[in-house]
Design a protein around this ligand. Sequence first.
Ligand SMILES: *Cc1c(COP(=O)(O)O)cnc(C)c1O
Length: 361
Amino acid sequence: MRPILATISQKALQHNLAVVKKYAPHSKVMAALKANGYGHGIERIAHGLSAADGFAVLGIDEAITLREMGFEQPILLLEGVFHAESLAIVNAYRLSLVIHCSGQIDMLEQSPYRHPFNIFLKMNTGMNRLGFVPDDYLNALARVTKLTPNVTLMTHFAAADEPAGADAALAIFEQTTKGLPYPSSLANSAAILCQPQTHSDWVRPGIMLYGATPARHTSATEFGLKPVMQLTSEIIAIQTLKTGETLGYGNRFTASKPMRVGVVACGYADGYPRHAGQYSGNDILQGVPVVVGGKKTQTIGRVSMDMLFVDLTELPQADIGAPVELWGNTISVDAVAEACGTIGYELLCAVAPRVPFKMIE
Ligand SMILES: *Cc1c(COP(=O)(O)O)cnc(C)c1O
């Protein structure tokens, strides 16, 4: 077996869920497990989050998995159903539905199922992705409440990590829903951590449960979160470069001094970003932080499909078999993401199926 491994900490999951409850003590928690639990594996993480009051997923298959694992909490389909035929499964598995457009209300009105569907009616408060615009919202609500009394008023913020970043959307939501006798759900991780006035009845944390940050300027550690996934591997070969020699595909890295280089068993087919590092044209100016044998160094050269290079010039004791942390406890996934021009969300979701996982306490 290749030495690459993703280790999932149950304790970190439980800790991060407790952090959600600390920030939003009066709200119920709808844990977002979409995208296969943000790349962690929905079945691996659901037990660590069993204290959540509900789960939010995208795919019906994910919802069925959770029900069949025995979870009795509400399970919310974040985009509702795409076809009326899916309502049979929604009915059989007692799933909750986001309703974001009138076509989805048509499906409910025409469906033969008379179990009281549990609906989260979504308002578009400025993100312009999904939901009814405020002018259409009350009409949609009237149609939905003819079908079921179980309605939660919902919106989603585009910029809750910025100071006052939810204010305009929140004002629109509150103005439109004023006096309505229904619970509401507004806050994603960024709003949970940065906008306490948005917490309301149900919060919907995603990324913070996994121990990464939703905010550009505040780290996960500063929010009190712990990384759930540690992606590790080992050095499988050592190279020495003379001044002027090059490294890897495209000869994109040239040694400006004698260098010692480690080859790590992790590449873009494992989910490590190929565009790792800061570029100027084709030249990599700066690598991505990485830990070898407990010491920080950086990647160099291009990431290939199955391997990447790390600079061991200052780490002469690191040899074949030395442990490598790509991200986890020492280097946050957010730090790796920042050095790659992306966000922790994308890296976590992109961990490839071929990477073996291990669960720890
Ligand atoms: C994914 C998602 C969330 C969770 O977002 P995070 O930024 O990961 O906390 C909340 N609400 C909706 C509608 C989502 O799609």
